[in-house]
Design a protein around this ligand. Structure first.
Ligand SMILES: *[C@@H]1O[C@H](CO)[C@@H](O)[C@H](O)[C@H]1NC(C)=O
Ligand SMILES: *[C@@H]1O[C@H](CO)[C@@H](O)[C@H](O)[C@H]1NC(C)=O
Ligand SMILES: *[C@@H]1O[C@H](CO)[C@@H](O)[C@H](O)[C@H]1NC(C)=O
Ligand SMILES: *[C@@H]1O[C@H](CO)[C@@H](O)[C@H](O)[C@H]1NC(C)=O
Ligand SMILES: *[C@@H]1O[C@H](CO)[C@@H](O)[C@H](O)[C@H]1NC(C)=O
Ligand SMILES: *[C@@H]1O[C@H](CO)[C@@H](O)[C@H](O)[C@H]1NC(C)=O
Ligand SMILES: *[C@@H]1O[C@H](CO)[C@@H](O)[C@H](O)[C@H]1NC(C)=O
Ligand SMILES: *[C@@H]1O[C@H](CO)[C@@H](O)[C@H](O)[C@H]1NC(C)=O
Ligand SMILES: [Zn+2]
Length: 716
């Protein structure tokens, strides 16, 4: 959509992109399906109406004492464009009450009113369906005003809910309110077009007791007295940028804040807020968030259309964090830091906090500025965010980003075998079961794409992608086209290597391949599907990278060939001297495992024992992980695996040791007593470093998630 390319706009301030976006959207949506009856039960909204602005007035009562305790009431005035004439208006609304008689539908310019003849509800799909007395005309703008309200509780499903903190001395509860709309909870708070591609601007005005403050995506521009309610005020917030509705957020609270900001001529102001007794603990997040934001602004060469970002640390939040534009919410136990900084590397809780903060800051671009067209593209927003999260951490602590990436890869490869495979493109949005692994696989697969097209090409392509789709939404295919375009410009892939064809095998399929390497006159490669379900026969386009003993070039991550998904066997004409090893998947950038013939395993084992530094640390991690996996799935013998693994007593780097622990604790710990004993005996030889390692570098998550109660015993 070249019309929407924001070609040379270094600062995206408040461009008039609403209309541009509208055209983009219309161009993308298939011909509108006419709504035939007043009972609508398609899973997606009709495409006839396209919202572009919400005017929200919402009063929240946060008191038990009031005659009407804990409740909200308000009105929303939604402006929309009519893409196709219709007399039926369908939008999302459920689980609150509506004053039907007060509903107003009118044309924008003439202010001509349309009467609503019928209201219907589809409770299953959360639709409010209204039939008007005449047609809403194609090409015109209309507004719909609905008054609504309901009591509030701590039930988070409602989207807008109550939360509390308890004073440690007086045990008094202090109440506040908060939203969490992703993916589809806004519809339980107010009427809306609850689909992520239907981006709009929002004017939010919140009514509350003057003892509280009002928070929303944008800053407060005015506080006006409430005419009818004593001691109540209206806080008027600035208009938001064009954004997906699920990123709308607001909170009425009594938290206290630490202030910070980014540098430069147009700083972004940060407030990091928690209950007053935790104020001191907010300084870490207050300091770090602007650092990451500045880094991303610099790296992406694009400023945000925000002048402030608030960060709330709240208790019992339904998820780790939520990236609402301008109002990020975190679980307080994740970002409130009690320990003192010390040493060159952050402690485990600090690193975890850094990751979450960095992740949410990256979302300000990926997910917020560019959004998902639909939830099936969720992986793309989380994958890109994960990818930049790693860069942000690496920027602060060189090598820690690499560790996180290695961990993501190992964990999601492992999880493929347990959960029946991870299909990153079609996450069931309502289920949260394997969400973490979707994030991790998505990040790993994008990392592979980077290795495949080269760092510079990848970054240039992402940069162009950002400019092209800023304030709009993009599909996976549009993202892949941007990468393809980048490759074409830089000539970085052979003609036959089509990005979409290659990447689709990784995005749309679950599981991953095991590449089998057999040495003969040439190299004979085959691939096996690996997933939970062994009867599946999908294959992948595998970018082949390798190096040999004589080359030992572990810096070249660009593919030397591709194993095509449509062939069973692939001959690679490389001559490898009889006594030289060959290692595939340089720096383990590819999301696959590798098995070799006996001879090559022996050569690798020998090289590792002689001088393990001669093999790149990330390849050592892959070798360790693969050897354990291949043994566990009976693809190699125990003696072969042990032969390779025995070098580990000399290993002192994180990634291979992590691969060992993940492989051991998950692969067969507790499965067969004999194998466990073998491993335990062997591990006890390496007891010294193992205990240290478990104690302090290894992420506790691995243990918690796999129900391994304690580290393996040191005794026989
Ligand atoms: C809703 O907003 C539109 C556009 O600003 C305005 O013309 C209309 O009067 C509003 N409707 C109500 C009921 O306030
Ligand atoms: C606001 O916070 C203070 C200190 O944390 C507390 O004493 C007070 O009761 C709170 N006010 C309300 C209305 O909750
Ligand atoms: C939204 O608020 C801005 C001021 O922040 C105001 O100029 C604009 O008219 C409002 N939009 C509507 C539709 O009322
Ligand atoms: C999501 O997770 C919560 C707790 O972690 C669990 O109670 C709930 O059943 C899960 N939902 C689904 C759909 O798996
Ligand atoms: C190895 O090469 C020989 C002769 O070149 C051939 O007969 C044999 O089938 C090859 N083995 C494999 C596994 O391809
Ligand atoms: C395994 O995969 C096959 C082929 O795709 C399919 O027919 C079968 O239902 C799958 N089994 C399970 C348990 O998912
Ligand atoms: C490794 O390969 C890259 C790319 O082919 C090349 O630029 C570099 O010089 C090689 N390094 C060594 C040590 O051979
Ligand atoms: C485990 O870590 C703690 C704190 O980092 C340290 O005090 C303790 O000595 C360590 N224990 C071992 C066995 O290394
Ligand atoms: Zn995220």
């Amino acid at each position: 959509m070249s019309i929407c390319r924001l070609s040379v706009v270094p600062r995206i301030g408040k461009p008039n992109v609403a209309i541009c976006f509208l055209m983009l959207l219309l161009a993308l949506t298939p011909a509108a399906v006419a709504v035939k009856t007043t009972y609508y039960d398609s899973p997606r909204l009709p495409t006839a109406l396209v919202p572009f602005h919400y005017e929200l007035h919402l009063l929240t009562r946060l008191e038990n004492t009031h005659p009407i305790p804990f409740s909200f009431e308000g009105a929303v005035n939604i402006s929309f464009f009519v893409h196709k004439s219709t007399d039926v208006v369908v939008l999302h609304a459920n689980e609150f009450s509506i004053k039907l008689a007060k509903t107003q539908l009118q044309e924008w310019y003439t202010l001509q009113r349309l009467a609503i003849l019928e209201f219907n509800f589809n409770r299953k799909l959360d639709y409010l369906i209204m039939k008007a007395d005449s047609y809403l005309k194609q090409g015109k703008y209309y507004s719909l005003t609905i008054e609504f309200g309901r009591p509030m509780s701590e039930n988070k499903r409602g989207g807008y809910f109550l939360a509390h903190s308890t004073d440690s001395l007086s045990h008094q509860k202090s109440w506040y309110s908060l939203t969490h709309f992703e993916p589809q909870s806004m519809r339980y708070t107010m009427p809306c077009f609850d689909e992520p591609a239907l981006k709009a601007t929002f004017n939010v005005t919140l009514g509350h007791h003057k003892r509280f403050q009002s928070f929303s995506n944008m800053k407060v521009t005015a506080v006006l007295a409430h005419k009818a309610l004593k001691d109540y005020v209206w806080s008027v917030h600035e208009t938001t940028p064009l954004m997906p509705n699920y990123l709308l957020a607001f909170s009425i609270n009594n938290l206290t804040c630490t202030f910070s900001q980014t540098g430069g001529p147009s700083p972004v102001l940060f407030r990091t807020c928690a209950k007053s007794s935790d104020l001191r603990l907010t300084t870490f997040a207050a300091q770090m968030a602007p650092v990451f934001l500045e880094y991303f602004e610099e790296l992406l060469q694009m400023e945000l259309p925000l002048s402030k970002i608030d960060q709330l640390a709240v208790e019992n939040y339904p998820t780790d964090a939520m990236e609402n534009w301008g109002l990020v919410v975190y679980s307080s136990d994740l970002i409130l830091q009690t320990d003192e900084p010390g040493g060159p590397e952050p402690s485990r809780p600090r690193l975890q906090a850094l990751q979450v903060i960095c992740h949410e800051m990256a979302h300000m671009w990926f997910g917020n500025l560019i959004s998902v067209a639909w939830w099936s593209d969720f992986w793309l927003k989380e994958g890109l965010t994960g990818y930049f999260e790693v860069l942000g951490i690496e920027h602060l602590y060189p090598r820690l980003g690499r560790r996180i990436l290695a961990k993501y890869r190992v964990m999601s490869l492992m999880h493929e075998t347990e959960s029946g495979g991870i299909v990153i493109s079609s996450m069931d949005i309502q289920s949260n079961a394997s969400k973490t692994y979707v994030y991790q696989k998505a990040t790993s697969v994008l990392h592979m794409a980077e290795g495949m097209v080269g760092h510079t090409t990848f970054h240039n392509a992402i940069h162009r992608y950002l400019y092209q789709y800023a304030f709009a939404s993009s599909t996976t295919n549009q993202f892949l086209s941007s990468i393809q375009e980048g490759c074409d410009r830089a000539n970085s892939l052979p003609e036959f290597a089509d990005i979409k064809t290659i990447m689709d095998t990784w995005i749309l399929q679950s599981g991953y391949p095991v590449l089998n390497v057999r040495r003969n006159a040439s190299l004979v490669l085959t691939q096996n599907h690996f997933s939970f379900n062994e009867s599946r026969r999908e294959r992948w386009w595998i970018p082949l990278t390798y190096t040999t003993q004589s080359e030992q070039n572990f810096s070249d991550t660009r593919p030397k060939a591709f194993f095509p998904a449509n062939s069973l066997m692939f001959n690679l004409n490389v001559f490898v001297p009889e006594n030289d090893w060959i290692i595939f998947n340089v720096q383990a950038m590819g999301y696959y495992r590798v098995n070799y013939d006996e001879r090559n395993w022996d050569l690798i084992a020998e090289a590792l024992s002689r001088d393990h530094q001669s093999i790149h640390v990330l390849n050592r991690a892959q070798i360790v992980g693969d050897a354990l996996f291949l043994w566990n799935t009976k693809r190699i013998s125990w003696s072969t695996a042990l032969n390779v693994l025995k070098y580990l007593v000399d290993e002192d780097e994180f990634e291979p040791l992590m691969a060992l622990v993940v492989g051991v604790t998950n692969g067969f710990w507790g499965v067969s007593p004999e194998s466990s004993m073998n491993i335990a005996k062997w591990l006890s030889n390496a007891g010294k470093w193992y205990a240290e390692f478990i104690n302090y570098t290894f992420d506790q998550l691995v243990f918690v998630e796999n129900n391994v109660e304690s580290a393996p015993s040191e005794e026989d």
